[in-house]
Design a protein around this ligand. Sequence first.
Ligand code: PAF
Length: 315
Amino acid sequence: MKIAIIGPGALGCLLAASLTIKLDQSRDVNPALDLWLLDYKPERARYLKENGLILEEGNQKKTCRINATVDPQEIGPADIIILCVKSPQVAAGLQLAAKLVQEDTLLVTLQNGIGHLALLKNRQKLPPIVLGVTAQGANMVAPGHVCHAGDGLTRIGFLKSASFTRSLLLAKVCNLLNYGGIETVIVDNILDYLWSKLLINTGINALTAIHRCPNGRLLESADTKEKLSAAVWEGEAVARALGIELADDPLAITLDVCRKTAQNLSSMLQDVNRKRPTEIDAINGEIAAAGRRLGIPTPVNDALIKKVKEIEQAY
Ligand code: PAF
């Protein structure tokens, strides 16, 4: 089975290293995997090909070789494509994905926010989409060196109903990820889970980027806790108006994630620290845009967007 992971960031490297290392240890029960990392930076792809990946978990470091390239033709048609790029790079990632598609390819997308949904709807020449949302925590230490900061459930599911063949392939993807140590389940209401995660990111990411603090610090001041709560409530009002079924209280979940990931630097703070474009449009931006369409005011999210954009402009 040929798997192409697009984007050697933290999540892409975590998946590539976990699958390669853990499946390699159980070659007898698993079919040989032809796993590739597809990058857009030639120098980094060459480095990864020569040096492989390092997976750091606790005080253990494991290494593995990896096929890495910038040329989709070198990979050829893939059975499974996993798009691990951040939301500002989704459009470019989809162009690469289109070059790997064959008749029954499955495209699995794993992004924060919901900005990629509009792009996926408008693309032709793409196979049926599997959306994914993960609670895995991973940070890049250096190119190809990923630190697995925490385990969490990954949920995957089709955006629209799919053929029997593709459903079987999805079950295989789910099995593979589980064998690779990435606990994964298939769900039939993936959009609801995407929104649940969106609301968590809405409350945490922009505020941590603005205040340059780890997630847990947001609970230590009345001001940031109030803003976090208000941002999530605005998002919740929008989600409910759109008919999204939120299983639990989004604010309670967000506060819990803040506590459990107290020492983490959110992905948006990491972007700001490295002066990279953030996912503000795909997270708070989507809440504000949907709020405008629905006539639901989102003043707290609007203010967060403005501040993060100012930070980006000052890079
Ligand atoms: O984007 C992130 O950093 C993560 O999704 C989360 C849950 C906020 C934890 O840091």
